[in-house]
Design a protein around this ligand. Sequence first.
Ligand SMILES: *Cc1c(COP(=O)(O)O)cnc(C)c1O
Length: 366
Amino acid sequence: MSAEFAVVRSGRPAGAEERAAILAAPGFGQHFTDHMAAATWTAEGGWEGHKVGPLEPYQLHPSAAVLHYAQEIFEGLKAYRHDDGSVWLFRPEVNARRFARSARRLALPVLPEDDFVTSVATLVEVDEPWVPAPEGEESLYLRPFMFASEAFLGVRPASRVEYAVIASPAGPYFESGVTGVTLWVTSTYTRAAEGGTGAAKCGGNYAGSLAAQREAAEHGCDQVLYLDSAGKGNLEESGTMNLLLITSDGRLVTPELGTILEGVTRDTLLALAGEHGLTPVERSVSIGELRAGVTDGTFVEVFAAGTAAVVTPITGFKGEGGGGEGYEFTVGDGSPGRKTVELREHVLDIQYGRAQDTHGWLHRVC
Ligand SMILES: *Cc1c(COP(=O)(O)O)cnc(C)c1O
């Protein structure tokens, strides 16, 4: 049986006018709803104190383990309002399963998957007025996370851990139509090694990615693209999004799992490929194959996939070759590909209830 998240309503929720002003231009990750879901785990008592209560700061002892050894994992998913006013989650059980896998990798306690879904759904129900109307691609972004709060400087799995979900209204990712981004193929940094934490959604992976992201910006690129850490030159992912390629003979190719993050969007696109005349293929692709294939027309479209933007067209790449000399190439004519845009629309249409949910991916909240 799954735990109940007892609701304690905030005595000081935002007023309707304040909320309306925020929802008119929410941006991303700057504004938060009135409530949060929470539960605490201790080695003695297991999971306790499940509740949805007012959003409030933590008090942490300066020796709290997370501040020193980074035992932290998170998830990201969205609640979507349909035209009839109802509110839905998209495949939350897949996020729940991944959260459990991340917890095992970081030696954090596993939150039962049902409790994960219940916590998210209860928070969305309580903060329902914060779910934007579906005018563009607005949604309520949900951020479940877990961290070691035990006050102890020893290095071992923590005996006290906090779990929480916060929610933040999100505007359309592309304000003025879907545009492409360029990727910097870093040869300085890698994201994850075999046996490392690449497949876990943990804060530490992101801390390590910021210098690479800065390097990408210094070379005039929007995002970074990582290659495998073993030096084989295989494409991995962008660090916040998975990478997919479309071939001229109708294949949807994406690097196989292992050191990359197993994206829900990646999986959704592989499942929808057939409906777009594409055959899904999970295999390694080297940077050499990508360069040659984009140039000779074997790879006709490239895009990145993740919950925030759904699908982001990749229009160009830059990097450094052998002797340090730079290279640069453009995908197709440098504008977002046709199938890329078609796949993006399909996922959004399912999420916003405009296309049939034949896979049973939607979960109604209220
Ligand atoms: C979250 C994440 C993704 C995308 O996963 P989705 O489930 O599709 O949002 C890709 N790469 C990394 C490193 C991530 O953390």
